[in-house]
Design a protein around this ligand. Structure first.
Ligand code: FAD
Length: 467
């Protein structure tokens, strides 16, 4: 079979790219080594983690917030098996939805490991060793990433685990020692903290979510500390050993002293590395970068081999599902002769703790470094009527705007439904709106989104209404 495009990998980059190719009339196939489609995101990433975040949040609210609302409960307990079963049902519904979309768009799905024979021939090897050869004009590599580990800290997948095992544990840990204060670790850490586990976070940097605006990290740490999580910032993990059901994690403190924490599980969440194993890149003369093992691409996502593209976690940039989707769409549209463009500065970043954290554009630290003169407006949720009603008083919205033109340069929020609210900021910034523009748009009352308008009022010329 001769294809216009073969996509290797069915994560959000691959399946979205394949659908867009098919929509544009290209004969398309997708190859996936696992039996379910959807990649990391749908199987062991975004979707299962959000399912557990939602379940654990319900439990936490029932235990800690309901009484305040005048709802009395007795005998509240966790049915962990049901929580995990529901998570799997959510995953299954999503992955079978992708199978339906492949059929709907007449995309051929080949199950097996895809590897290059040459740049126009892909071999699909099934689990039983059977091989099929497919020929194509173009290839999109969308093979994603896998959890990275520390060289001196072997993952045994039982007591020393990655995010993948953390989504299917047989029990709620008593004490989870979490290595890494980034997005994935904090989301999973907060799941277990809400369910009653003691969670200790060891982070090498001096703040959590260190790549986001510093104000967000400080506020999130305050909130997660209230939830009962402990933070060991500036601490360098030196090893971990397992004895029976106990894991001992050793570290150097910022003062250079030795320390250790004992728990029943240790979650290593120190980032992810690009995944290219078994692709046969050597057969087309492609090598991976030394750091992060990523495939090098140009601004059109094309590798150094003409007609071979790479997208998503396997290439430079943020490891995010929606970034991968944008890149899949971009390649499809390029192949169809269109002129698409991605503004990487406007890819939002989100942490699905509660309150949620969301951010787009430049941080204050970046603007200072660039020497850009900016104004800042901030609005706390405790001054929002909607947040008062729901009892979500932690957090704020911060808007950074150009000091001269008032153009919005960055929006950083921590608060209820921030993950959804950041879309307003992205749209405003895509259209290069000024802070004043947002203040002129009516925001329904009472909503959390009013905080965005108030922060813009504060940024424009310090005229918020409710503070
Ligand atoms: P992947 O989703 O990794 O898919 C790659 C696919 O390629 C896999 O299915 C793999 O089996 C397949 N494959 C690899 N090699 C071959 C081969 N040779 N042949 C055939 N198939 C192959 N991002 C967000 O934006 N929001 C979130 O809330 C979020 N939460 C996350 C939570 C967790 C716990 C984790 C781990 C990640 C999360 N992410 C989140 C990140 C997100 O999952 C990734 O950025 C995204 O999945 C990347 O998409 P991708 O298409 O590049 O690759």
């Amino acid at each position: 079979m001769q294809y216009d495009v073969i996509v290797i990998g069915s994560g959000p980059g691959g399946y979205v790219g394949a659908i867009r190719c098919a929509q544009l009339g290209l004969k398309t196939a997708i190859i996936e080594k696992y039996s379910t489609l959807g990649g990391t995101c749908l199987n062991v990433g975004c979707i299962p983690s959000k399912a557990l975040l939602d379940s654990s949040e319900h439990f936490h609210n029932a235990a800690h917030a309901f009484a305040d609302h005048g709802i009395q409960l007795s005998n509240l307990k966790i049915d962990w098996k049901q929580m995990i079963k529901r998570k799997q049902e959510v995953v299954d519904a999503n992955t079978s939805g992708i199978t339906f979309l492949m059929k709907k768009n007449k995309i051929d799905v080949h199950q097996g490991v895809g590897s290059f024979k040459d740049k126009n021939t892909i071999i699909v090897t099934k689990a039983d060793g059977t091989k099929t050869e497919l020929t194509t004009k173009n290839v999109i590599i969308a093979t994603g990433s896998k959890p990275s580990s520390l060289p001196f800290l072997p993952i045994d997948k039982k007591r020393i685990i990655t995010s993948t095992e953390a989504l299917t544990l047989g029990e709620v840990p008593k004490h989870l020692v979490l290595i890494g204060g980034g997005v994935i670790g904090l989301e999973l850490g907060s799941v277990y903290a809400r369910l009653g586990a003691k969670v200790s976070v060891i982070e090498y940097m001096d703040s959590i979510i260190p790549t986001m605006d510093k104000g967000l990290g400080r506020e999130l740490q305050k909130v997660l500390t209230k939830l009962g999580m402990d933070f060991y910032l500036g601490h360098k993990v030196t090893g971990a050993t397992v004895k029976g059901k106990e894991v001992t994690v050793t570290f150097d403190t910022p003062k250079g002293e030795k320390g250790e924490l004992k728990g029943d599980y240790c979650l290593v969440a120190v980032g992810r590395v690009a995944y290219t194993d078994g692709l046969g890149l050597e057969n087309i003369g492609l090598t991976v970068e030394e750091r992060g093992r990523k495939i090098t691409v140009d601004e059109h996502m094309e590798t150094s081999v003409k007609g071979v593209y790479a997208i998503g976690d396997v290439v430079r940039g943020a490891m995010l599902a929606h970034k991968a989707e944008e890149e899949g769409t971009l390649v499809a549209e390029l192949l169809a002769g269109q002129k698409p463009h991605i503004n990487y500065n406007l890819i939002p970043g989100v942490v699905y703790t509660w309150p949620e954290v969301a951010s787009v554009g430049y941080t204050e630290e970046q603007l200072k470094e660039k020497g850009t003169a900016y104004k800042s407006g901030q609005f706390p949720f405790k001054a929002s009527g909607r947040a008062r009603a729901s009892g979500d008083l932690d957090g704020f919205v911060k808007v950074l705007a150009d000091a001269t033109t008032d153009e919005i340069l960055g929006v950083h929020m921590i608060g209820p439904r921030a993950a959804d609210m950041i879309a307003e900021a992205v749209i405003a910034m895509e259209f290069r709106a000024s802070a004043e523009d947002v203040t002129r748009a009516s925001h329904a009352h009472p909503t959390f989104t009013e905080a965005m308008r108030e922060a813009c009022l504060a940024a424009t010329d310090k005229r918020p209404i409710h503070i």
